[in-house]
Design a protein around this ligand. Structure first.
Ligand code: HEC
Length: 105
């Protein structure tokens, strides 16, 4: 019984940690919305792709690649000022938020 309680409590705890991460990501995403759109559906005029619903692991790897220059082209250059000061935790939060966004297309 006691073990069950501990299991239950840790489940609630990890769910709330995840919810905080998504919330944190939502706040940070306000910096990304001018190009990727408020609901993450992208803007062709900015050549900025849809992000909503994309796997967090992929979003994470691409933000890192753009930040450290492994993925560099004229388009990613525009994004650089917005990602160069993001911490690993910020990137984790943004990735969790992006994956949680519904695709509206
Ligand atoms: C100034 C416009 C601009 C801003 C602001 C911007 N981006 Fe981008 N982003 C782009 C463009 C343009 C691309 C496409 C790069 C390419 O063509 O290789 C891109 C690509 C990406 C990709 C790769 C998508 C894929 O499918 O490979 C991710 C992830 C991403 N942006 C996340 C973000 C996040 C998170 C933020 C906010 C911190 C952000 N971007 C802010 C313009 C922007």
């Amino acid at each position: 019984m006691r073990q069950l309680l501990v299991l239950f409590m840790s489940l609630i705890f990890s769910a709330s940690v995840f919810a905080n991460l998504v919330e944190q990501g939502q706040e940070l995403f306000s910096k990304c919305a001018s190009c990727h759109g408020k609901n993450g559906m992208g803007k062709s005029g900015q050549k900025a792709p849809m992000l909503a619903g994309q796997y967090a692991w992929y979003v994470n790897s691409q933000i890192h690649a753009i930040k450290n220059g492994d993925r560099a082209n004229a388009n990613t250059k525009k994004m650089m000022p917005f990602v160069k000061r993001l911490s690993d935790e910020d990137i984790n939060a943004l990735s969790a938020y992006v994956e949680s966004m519904p695709r509206k297309k």
